[in-house]
Design a protein around this ligand. Structure first.
Ligand SMILES: Nc1ncnc2c1ncn2[C@@H]1O[C@H](COP(=O)(O)OP(=O)(O)O)[C@@H](O)[C@H]1O
Ligand SMILES: [Mg+2]
Length: 391
């Protein structure tokens, strides 16, 4: 299943936006316009499928921090101040967060579901929950079948039902806590699991830690790894899987050669651990292990691992992948991204115009500009009904 559109209402700098998502989506914009907030919204959709939504919202500061605080929250000098109160209370334009995702089934096109949820503080009557935790106010999974809307799962406040395997509505009121998503908890018709599994399979890459303690600098466990973990902790195993399981590292070797002329990626045979190193032309006798590589080199190799792995996740989101890369590597990164988009849906947010332009040159996919106005985060060219007017 591919993601075809997203709607976000009330998440940080995003007041209300709906936009289409393509096989390859490139969003470019300056600092603070809300690129990471768009990216993070997709992560929260995945958290809803995983059953970790309330945890993740709490971890990023709770609902008070994430609700869109625009409009009225201007301090007297006109600058944005999320803490500024005119009447002694925290002022929110909105008091709920709404996310929704439209999917398209690539198969016969008969399953194009929409998942939507609304999160808020306000407890439904008679619902037991902590006062400040995120609670699911409503949730739904709908699907259009031959033009007719079919509901697979529906929830409002304390009442919820999902269709069972035979298609009957099964009440689930007692199975759900207010902070739990029905998508994560309820099983029933296989279509519910299909949407959940698709969301869980998404991969997010938001920079890799490259400090001395980073997982990238340590050998990884010797387990066949078709896909890179979000923290890059299995990078050695991802490379070794290409070399010793698939038996083909042509693309990887070529990428390293293009990016670091004269250098060679060394992937030793897997023993107790899987690792990798770089050999440079000027010091051919010595292989430099991951603990010795520069931040930029390691960052680039991790991106290569993410985008060239044995298998690709159905959806890959990259947040500012250009960070700590030398500008000369951006065309190579663009090539990796475009190549990956032949195998998977890829979404990139970047503040590097050079990267966006290089992707456009390589693929013909033009970047969309993320901007921020009084009404929050917006994408240039987007019409009111969630389509690009120039499409
Ligand atoms: N609750 C909120 N309401 C409105 N704006 C917010 C809220 N929380 C953060 N922001 C704004 O979001 C911006 C950061 O967005 P971000 O997505 O990180 O930008 P970038 O485009 O640099 O990735 C900050 O400028 C901040 O003003
Ligand atoms: Mg950002």
């Amino acid at each position: 299943m591919t993601l075809s559109a997203v709607e976000i209402i009330g998440y940080r700098s995003v007041r209300k936006i709906r936009f289409p998502v393509r096989q390859l989506t490139v969003l470019v914009g300056g600092n603070g316009v809300g690129k990471t907030n768009l990216y993070r919204s997709l992560e929260l959709l995945q958290a809803a499928a995983r059953g970790t939504l309330a945890q993740e919202i709490a971890a990023e500061g709770g609902l008070a921090s994430i609700f869109w605080a625009g409009g009225k929250n201007l301090s007297p000098d006109g600058s944005f101040d999320p803490m500024y109160r005119t009447d002694g209370y925290r002022k929110h334009e909105g008091n709920s967060l709404r996310l929704s995702a439209d999917f398209a089934d690539l198969g016969d096109g008969s399953f194009d579901p929409t998942y939507a949820l609304e999160v808020s503080f306000a407890p439904a009557k008679g619902v037991a929950a902590f006062p400040n935790e995120a609670q699911i106010k409503s949730e739904s999974l709908d699907w259009r079948q031959r033009g007719k809307a079919v509901s697979l799962l529906d929830r409002k406040g304390g009442s919820a039902w999902a269709r069972d395997a035979s298609g009957r509505r099964e009440l689930a009121n007692d199975d759900l806590l207010a902070s739990e998503t029905a998508l994560a908890v309820l099983s029933g018709r296989s279509e519910i699991a299909l949407v959940r599994d698709s969301l869980i399979a998404w991969r997010f890459f938001h920079g890799f830690r490259t400090d001395a303690e980073s997982a990238l600098r340590k050998p990884s466990r010797a387990v066949t790894s078709p896909i890179l973990a979000s923290d890059g902790s299995n990078l050695g195993a991802v490379f070794a899987t290409l070399r010793y399981i698939r038996g083909d590292t042509i693309d990887l070797d070529r990428t390293v050669e293009d990016a670091f002329p004269g250098a060679e990626l060394v992937i030793p045979e897997v023993g107790e651990f899987a690792s990798f190193g770089m050999r440079y032309a000027e010091m051919p006798k010595r292989v430099f292990g991951p603990h010795e590589l520069s931040d930029g080199t390691l960052q680039f190799l991790a991106l290569a691992g993410a985008l060239l792995s044995y298998r690709l996740p159905p959806f890959i989101a990259l947040n500012e992948p250009e960070n700590s890369l030398h500008p000369s590597l951006l065309p190579m990164l663009a090539r990796l991204i475009v190549k990956a988009a032949e195998r998977s849906q890829v979404w990139v947010v970047t503040h590097a115009r050079e990267l966006a332009d290089a992707i456009a040159a390589e693929s013909g996919v033009l970047p969309r500009e993320v901007i921020r106005n009084d009404d929050g985060t917006w994408i240039e060219g987007l019409g009111q009904f969630g389509d690009f007017t120039d499409d």
